[in-house]
Write a protein that binds this ligand. Sequence first.
Ligand code: FES
Length: 247
Amino acid sequence: MQFKLKIWRQKNTKTKGNFAVYIAKGVSSDMSFLEMLDLVNEDLILKGEDPISFDHDCREGICGTCCMVINGLAHGSQRGTTVCQLHMRSFNDGETITIEPLRARAFPIVKDLMIDRSAFDKIIEAGGYVSVDTGSSPDANAILVPKDDADKAMDAAACIGCGACVACCKNASAMLFVSAKLAHLSLLPQGQAEWRGRARDMVRAMDKAGFGNCTNEKECELRCPKEIKSGNISRMNRQFLMALLRE
Ligand code: FES
């Protein structure tokens, strides 16, 4: 397969970027999108040119670092799939593919397709950890958790913090991410003791980092590679208001 790639190139945070055109030749339909970019980079290195910088780590859909915008969509058009799990067979031979970094004020571009996601780290840091003494490991059935709550907590815990929700939102809102992180703790007994402080501090850290507010577009739910539900946002808003009432 062969593709015409329009890729965003930008030297650093301070310089202006622009699209550069590359031809990716000899691409196997079984290659992942990142392997296709590796192939392009090998060619650039052989020519003595600067390879394209892009984030990646696990290449198994669990770390979230590979998120980029492909043909205008975070992680590309395939639902419930990260870029590293996207295969070239889902594109047409000869197609032109436009590749850009996630664009949001809180995610400055470091170089080319790489962005700085440390704003997410600051939100997680603000939430802290479960600091109450929960004693030694209890028997698995000592604290009963309703199945519905356990399922919701596990679904929320699937968030990989990739930033796709921010990139696809017209307000650059991080509410899907923050609400998922809050939900997976506050729905389970060990995380319930501190939910008020956690909700208040994480929402404030989110606002301070420069993310926008949710206006119920629900694009985030649609583009999330882990299909996190936007209902978590309603729960987070309720928790935040209840935390403020206790201040
Ligand atoms: S590289 Fe880890 S999710 Fe894609």
